[in-house]
Design a binder for this molecule. Structure first.
Ligand code: NDP
Length: 449
């Protein structure tokens, strides 16, 4: 590895010793862009890498709120404004008990590259809280969101920073956050948050965008390798926003999806997942995936034990991890390869561990990296911002058509970059290189800021 690249990895590790997820994301990007750094000796003098890995601004704040029993609870809020190089900070909010600074920084760092790949003018950010929405009443969720926004509002704006949803933050939460922002600012600024309901300024197809986009990318990647998705078996982890719409599009493309999961366990239905039922359980009742068996007793339920994810022990052609980071480890990768998997598509952010990705690539499995493959969500968020600015709304089909084009272009950028640097077929490296080249150029052009 280039000495400069290695020195930046070492100094980042030294400065952030406890931030394991963030360091994992930095290592993954920096090791794959090494050939570009090797070619551009001027990057060292300009400290391009040091500037790329350091957030422009990190905000941490207290979020006090009162639960239904009258108890005051204090959570921690975050917004990591990583880069505004090519557009306003843009990235989702995650509400999950595991949220900490390392996870926020890893997600913010990934987001810069992802957003650059979309070809749209958006910078990178991430935010959230260690608040756990599970089991909370609507009134508790609303009070939490209002308190969270009462601090966040001063740091965001449609030309400054535009948050959206992520794990634990869906349409309901975005609604409460937007309402509080609008009240504080005393103005309707539609483009300040994306993922809004279309009745008050959201984009049609934003809900479906990440899952659909993943399948558009997968279709292109398979086609470039002379494989069709039709009649393939697909295993999916997660049963949230990304997983549900990945399943919907995979089924529409003629594939058979046989698993979905949540943090408690996984369902396996050899007849193909009944998606209408999963939507009813997850989107309407906010229940557990196990309830699938109430209507389909012939399906199997496998309880999650330890770190193993039961979705990956099933024989499959295509595996789509759509739940959370590091949910597909080296053991899982070995099992998938042994069972003849053809492709892995990352719907979640960084779902494969470093070792798993290396193992899959070494075994010539096609890997669609998260930064590229799940960029459809943020790309559609950018389309939502456009609609808010022009005060005109596209039809569902118009948005999906734009999304399809964007995902097709993203795949092409990854493929071209991998070929240009002699790693053809390694779309993980291709995605990092394509995004990095663009960002480094923008950084050089804007001087030392
Ligand atoms: P949701 O909250 O809608 O769903 C998350 C799903 O993953 C749930 O089924 C949840 O189960 C499961 N899950 C969460 N944490 C764990 C865990 N530690 N172990 C096992 N299962 C878990 O989130 P999204 O679908 O929006 O996001 C999923 C992933 O996709 C995340 O990595 C997110 O960053 C990424 N992503 C999302 C985008 C979007 O537009 N929504 C855009 C790009 C990336 P349970 O309900 O039991 O917690």
């Amino acid at each position: 590895m280039n000495e400069y690249t290695k020195a930046v990895i070492d100094s980042t590790t030294e400065k952030n010793p406890a931030e394991t997820e963030y360091l994992q994301a930095v290592r993954e990007v920096l090791t794959t862009i090494d050939p570009v750094v090797e070619k551009h000796k001027e990057f060292k003098k300009l400290a391009i890498l040091e500037r790329m890995v350091e957030p422009e601004r990190t905000i941490m704040f207290r979020v006090p709120w009162v639960n239904d029993e009258g108890q005051t609870i204090v959570n921690r809020g975050f917004r990591v404004q990583f880069s505004s190089l090519i557009g306003p900070y843009k990235g989702g909010l995650r509400f999950h008990p595991s949220v900490n600074l390392s996870i926020m920084k890893f997600l913010g760092f990934e987001q810069i590259f992802k957003n650059a790949l979309t070809g749209l003018p958006i910078g990178g950010a991430k935010g959230g809280s260690n608040f756990n929405p599970k089991g909370k009443s609507d009134a508790e969720i609303m009070r939490f969101c209002q308190s969270f926004m009462t601090e966040l509002y001063r740091h965001i704006g449609h030309d400054v920073d535009v948050p959206a949803g992520d794990i634990g933050v869906g349409g309901r939460e975005i609604g409460y956050l937007f309402g509080q922002y609008r009240r504080i600012r005393d103005a309707y600024e539609g483009g300040v948050l994306t993922g809004k309901d279309p009745i008050y300024g959201g984009s049609l197809a934003r809900t479906e965008a990440t899952g659909y986009g993943l399948l558009f990318f997968m279709r292109e990647m398979l086609a470039a390798n002379n494989i069709s998705i039709k009649d393939k078996t697909v295993t999916i982890s997660g049963a949230g926003n990304v997983a549900i719409y990945a399943c919907e599009k995979a089924q529409a493309m003629g594939a058979k999806v046989v698993t979905m999961s949540d943090s408690n366990g996984c369902i396996y239905d050899e007849n193909g997942i009944d998606l209408a039922l999963v939507k009813e359980i997850k989107e309407v009742k906010r229940g557990r995936i196990k309830e699938y068996l109430d209507k389909h007793p012939e399906a199997k339920y496998i309880e999650k034990s330890g770190s193993a994810n039961p979705a990956w022990t099933t024989k499959t052609d295509i595996a789509l991890p759509c739940a959370t980071q590091n949910e597909l480890n080296l053991e899982d990768a070995k099992t998938l390869v042994k069972n003849g998997v053809l492709a892995v598509g990352e719907g979640a952010n960084m779902p494969c561990t470093e070792e798993a990705t290396i193992y899959l690539l070494e075994h010539k499995i096609l890997v669609a990296p998260a930064k590229a493959a799940n960029a459809g969500g943020v790309a559609t968020s950018a389309i939502e911002m456009t609609q808010n600015s022009i005060r005109y709304y596209y039809t569902f089909d118009e948005v999906v058509e734009k999304l399809d084009k964007i995902m097709t272009n993203i795949f092409k950028s990854c493929k071209d970059a991998s070929e240009k640097y002699g790693v053809a077929g390694n779309y993980v490296a291709g995605a990092n290189i394509a995004a990095f080249e663009k960002l480094a150029k923008a950084m050089e052009a804007q001087g030392v800021v």
